[in-house]
Design a protein around this ligand. Structure first.
Ligand SMILES: Cc1cc2nc3c(=O)[nH]c(=O)nc-3n(C[C@H](O)[C@H](O)[C@H](O)COP(=O)(O)OP(=O)(O)OC[C@H]3O[C@@H](n4cnc5c(N)ncnc54)[C@H](O)[C@@H]3O)c2cc1C
Length: 388
């Protein structure tokens, strides 16, 4: 796919998303950012217009378009200056349910998620003591009759206060009692509306960006055993392909961010006059913009490739990771370039650049940090000795 054809893939879909985003200009995001408020109006509009259900099959009320289409949606959201972080989990979190849930669970949840009536926005994996080493999670679900009783703690669980459901990763067998460290992990669907105040406490964490992320405390939370997704103890494998989808989608958001920065920098450099000529006439200003474009174009091809493999049924783990790394680095380079191009105005709230700069920095850490991607490539692809 050429650079030009990438930007032209799914043209109607891209145009529709752009039109929606035009209703949510910079001033909307600046106000939310100041108050650290959740973009409820934006998320509700995205959901009601069907943009968050592109991955849900038509039989459950979604459009069943696949990951490549979903990447185009999120890329356009970010290129428009909006932020999909408040809503993107609604796209990929349902994958675990779709692939491993029972027929009854799918019928119960998916149509309501597709219509936007139910928000499936929370994905509870990370814990304070385990960090990236997911097999060391300690949140434990003990079976008691027809319920699980959950105790433990999660951290950085985004959108928990704005979600009706959460896909929660727990241990159902202690790590030391398992043959493999990835065994004994299970996935529960938690109904947040029932859980809150009945064993679940949510504490918001204020961060450098407006991301509605939280800490969760589980104290004898009772979850019906019927909410177990798939088989007990097999959950680690279930969430892996959801994580690959997440990485590809977030890579697409980075591409959108990078294009936002390149668009803004090109426009500004072409009009801002200093020393009697547009600053963009100086190669010292032009070249960083051109470099950002080159890096973004290459990263976008990696994202397309990973999405295509995923849509063809390949788990695409390595490609998803590599695409996320390249895209997050391209967006960070473009962000830095855009601030520099704008001089002092790059720091002014009303230009949206400082906000997007803070927002795009996240993606070199979450959902997976760059070092862990390099470690995957070094040991799983290149066969180098494992360091952990
Ligand atoms: C705003 C925000 C939103 C988030 N949303 C969610 C969410 O909704 N759900 C969820 O489950 N999680 C969420 N996360 C968590 C996120 O996925 C983790 O922060 C991320 O995976 C990194 O884990 P950690 O913070 O525990 O870092 P650590 O694992 O403690 O790592 C810290 C640093 O050390 C490096 N490092 C660690 N081990 C090694 C090694 N062996 N070799 C080389 N380098 C190493 C890492 O690369 C990283 O740079 C979110 C995080 C943030 C900041």
């Amino acid at each position: 796919m050429t650079a030009a054809s990438h930007e032209q893939s799914f043209p109607d879909l891209r145009e529709g998303v752009r039109r929606l985003c035009a209703g949510f200009p910079g001033a909307y995001w600046q106000e939310l950012d100041r108050d650290r408020r959740y973009p409820t109006e934006f998320v509700t509009t995205l959901a009601s217009e069907g943009w968050l259900s592109v991955l849900i099959p038509e039989e459950y009320g979604g459009s069943g378009l696949g990951l490549a289409a979903a990447t185009a949606v999120l890329e356009e959201v970010h290129r428009s200056g909006c932020n999909g972080g408040a809503a993107h989990a609604q796209m990929y979190t349902m994958g675990t349910l779709l692939r491993h849930g029972s027929a009854a669970q799918k019928a119960q949840y998916l149509p309501a998620v597709a219509s936007g009536a139910l928000r499936l926005q929370a994905f509870g994996v990370t814990e304070p003591t385990s960090g990236t080493d997911t097999t060391r999670i300690r949140t434990f679900a003990r079976r008691e009759g027809d319920h699980y009783v959950v105790n433990g703690q999660k951290i950085w669980i985004s959108r928990a206060e704005h979600s009706d459901l959460m896909v929660l990763l727990v241990r159902t067998t202690a790590r030391e009692d398992c043959a493999k460290s990835t065994d004994g992990i299970s996935v529960l669907m938690v109904d947040m509306r029932e859980a809150l105040g009945n064993g679940l406490t949510i504490r918001p964490i204020r961060t450098m960006l407006n991301h509605a992320t939280t800490e969760l405390f589980f104290d004898d939370l009772r979850v019906p055993a019927a909410n177990l997704i798939g088989e007990e103890g097999k959950g680690f494998r279930y969430i892996l392909s959801g994580m690959n989808a997440e990485r590809i989608l977030i890579a697409a958001e980075c591409i959108g961010d990078a294009r936002f920065f390149i668009d803004r920098a090109s426009a500004y450099a072409g009009t801002r006059e200093v020393f009697g000529r547009p600053i963009g006439q100086n190669q010292g200003v032009q070249f960083p913009i051109a470099r950002a474009y080159v890096q973004t174009t290459a990263a976008a091809l990696a994202v397309d490739h990973a999405a295509r493999l995923f849509d063809e049924g390949d788990p695409a783990g390595t490609e998803a990771n590599m695409a996320k790394m390249l895209a997050s680095e391209a967006s960070w380079y473009a962000a830095d370039m855009c601030v520099q191009t704008h001089g002092g105005f790059g720091f002014a709230e009303e230009y949206d650049i400082e906000r997007k700069f803070r927002e795009t920095r996240l993606y070199q850490v979450a959902p997976i940090s760059t070092n862990l991607i390099l470690s995957h490539v070094a040991t799983h692809v290149l066969g180098l000795p494992k360091s952990f």
